[in-house]
Write a protein that binds this ligand. Structure first.
Ligand SMILES: [Fe+2]
Length: 144
């Protein structure tokens, strides 16, 4: 699996902590039996219709995106709209995968690498510019 890039800190604690959490999640959620109805050795009960592992990732990511978007809205960040749309694009893609019966156990590498690539790209394109804007305007204090 492709590693989630390091060194993408923005200086905005709400984003950096969420990205650290996502990195941790991606390192562990694909381990056998974690958030997976198929369970270790494929012996769990899975309806093969909706991947609960993808749903767990969506819940985690969705909560973090919502909190990031509150920070952007509360600080009147001018790019909050497009940034939020980019967040929605990941959730939409994951919802399509779930709907298409992608299995994050059988296809763990593909699901992991898609999310890791998206996060790396999003961090550079959206999170880093927001971090520079926020720190320059002292909207948010530096990480403590
Ligand atoms: Fe973001």
């Amino acid at each position: 699996m492709a590693p989630l890039a390091q060194g993408l800190e923005t200086g905005v604690p709400a984003i950096d902590e969420a990205n650290d959490g996502l990195r941790f999640l991606l390192q562990h959620v694909f381990e056998p039996g974690v958030e997976c109805r198929r369970g270790p050795n494929g012996k769990g009960v899975c309806d093969r219709l909706r991947c609960v592992r993808i749903e767990a990732i969506m819940r985690y990511v969705g909560r973090n995106f919502a909190s990031q978007e509150r920070v952007m809205t509360d600080s009147s960040y001018p790019e909050a709209g497009p940034h939020g749309e980019d967040h929605a694009s990941l959730l939409n893609r994951l919802a399509i995968m779930r709907q298409a019966q992608v299995c994050a156990d059988r296809d763990s590498g593909k699901v992991h690498d898609f999310i890791a690539r998206w996060m790396t790209d999003h961090s550079r394109r959206c999170d880093a510019p927001f971090g520079r804007w926020a720190v320059t305007r002292r909207v948010l204090g530096p990480r403590v």
